[in-house]
Design a protein around this ligand. Structure first.
Ligand SMILES: [Zn+2]
Length: 115
């Protein structure tokens, strides 16, 4: 084992830099993909929660001569989702908007609205 030639040293350095760049690129794409999947999971959880909220309003209406609850919290007894998620987005924890006329409950986050 003697001293390596300068060209061999440069070649090893180039391999090291190439591998490092490839690993950094893979790590960047992986974290980006993870962030997108997290957004998707939160969106799905919110949409399911909105459906559970609307079902609670509908069940309240069925038990109260077809009248929608004047306030959303009156339908809490009929809510079958996670108790902590009643009335708010499970991702952002922002309160839902409630339209008393239609009985529709929706998340203020436009990305969480069902299509
Ligand atoms: Zn939401």
């Amino acid at each position: 084992m003697g001293r390596r030639a300068p060209n061999e040293h440069q070649a090893r350095l180039m391999k090291f830099i190439t591998v490092t760049v490839i690993l950094a690129t893979v790590a960047a794409f992986s974290s980006l993909s993870f962030a997108f999947s997290q957004d998707r999971v939160q969106r799905i959880a919110c949409i399911e929660n909105q459906h559970a909220m609307c079902a609670a309003v509908y069940d309240y209406q069925a038990d109260n001569a077809g009248v929608n609850p004047s306030r959303l919290r009156l339908a809490k007894h009929y809510f079958t989702g996670r108790p902590d998620d009643f009335g708010a987005c499970p991702a952002d924890h922002v309160p839902y908007t409630y339209d008393r006329e239609t009985g529709i409950v929706s998340c203020p986050n436009p990305a969480h609205r069902p299509h």
